[in-house]
Design a protein around this ligand. Sequence first.
Ligand code: GLA
Length: 436
Amino acid sequence: MPHVTLLPFLLSALLLPHLTSGQSWSPSWNTTVPTCNTTTPLPTVNLTNHLALTPPMGWSSWNYFGPDINETLIKSTIDAMLTNGLHAAGYIYINLDDGWQRYKGRRSSHPLEVDPVKFPSGMKSLADYAHTHGFKLGIYSGPGEKTCAGYTGSAGHAREDAEMFASWGIDHLKYDSCCSHASAPQSEVQSVMLDMSTALLATDRGIVFHACHCGWTDIWTWAAEIGANQWRIGQDISDDFNYPGNREKYYFDVLDMLDRGANLTQYTGPGHWNDYDMLIVGLNGESKQLVGTGASNVEYRTHFSLWSIVCSPLLIGSDIRSLSAYDLATLTNSDIIALNQDPLGIPAELVAEVGETQIYAKEMADGSMGIALLNRGSATADVTMSPRRDLTIPWDVYKMRDLWKGKDLGPYDIPFTVEVQPHEARVYRMWKCAPA
Ligand code: GLA
């Protein structure tokens, strides 16, 4: 989505008066957010940074460590990813989430600085370490006076902060509205996100921009237009596959997030991605930060399959240094990752549903199809997939590869049936066979 009409937001950010506190909605940035007049006809501007042409892959500190992060942890995570195969599998972003900042409290009381105790060598030195080892370094901030965990935010200093991030060698920014105000007016969120997006573009560094607003204000309909490369489609994930309702009336589990994205596939593609939130594979209910009691190996594998096939960013959220062999095998499956990193960037659609079983399918650049057969239920089920009926493609003879068993199957000239365990996804790639 390279050329867009966005100057209404840009001009309003620059020209229009700021809100004052005491309004019905009270965001943490409420003393600095300008109002927006989105009706003024203005020329178009290209805000594309040409980054994230496939979904970003890497690690983020939040899901396991919360704000309890430091230089030693980050360096040892990088070192572990070099030896355990994750770097080779394509996980290159090392994203520091909230907690790297020196001060808690409002920006007006504190400057934005790196915590010298947690990061004694400074952020530039850490970025150098990441780059030297073939990684990219991401950082976290937000438009308010405070971030979600209470650290100093940007609060009207987007240009200054973007320049500082660029001077450190930062490659990715998660800019978080702080998800506590679902009723924030869309124009206000657009305005503060646009401020940072334009500030990043004005630097001499390519910085992937994650506009994080917990899937509110229909962010998928406008985030690419203000230059975002990814945006969360929902509230925070919990470490659960299928918790009844929303844990603590807030969190989304794996199936909630999957369902949330089902009608949003048109908004995702190269350079601009629906973000289903960071992975929970390997948390096992032991996170220092996330709520949830954990999932089984099969459920974590299903979660990874689904995030891959819908083209979500793949940001591992567990402690990389203590992943089990099973989790590493899950996260490094190159056939599954290929579904996610396909250059067409077409996300899987839900194409068929029978009882508690579903079929998701996506087109791949080589003309093949990626397919996930999901059993959401608690009883083993047979799932049958017919190319003509379910995928509406005239493939009378086809072959398959079972991506978790690493086994080639077929050719077949009849519908394909397989037994799927509870909460399992059987994942395949399917090619048309030439007529004999
Ligand atoms: C919000 C986000 C999380 C994390 C925290 C940090 O809750 O949704 O992903 O970034 O803020 O404080």
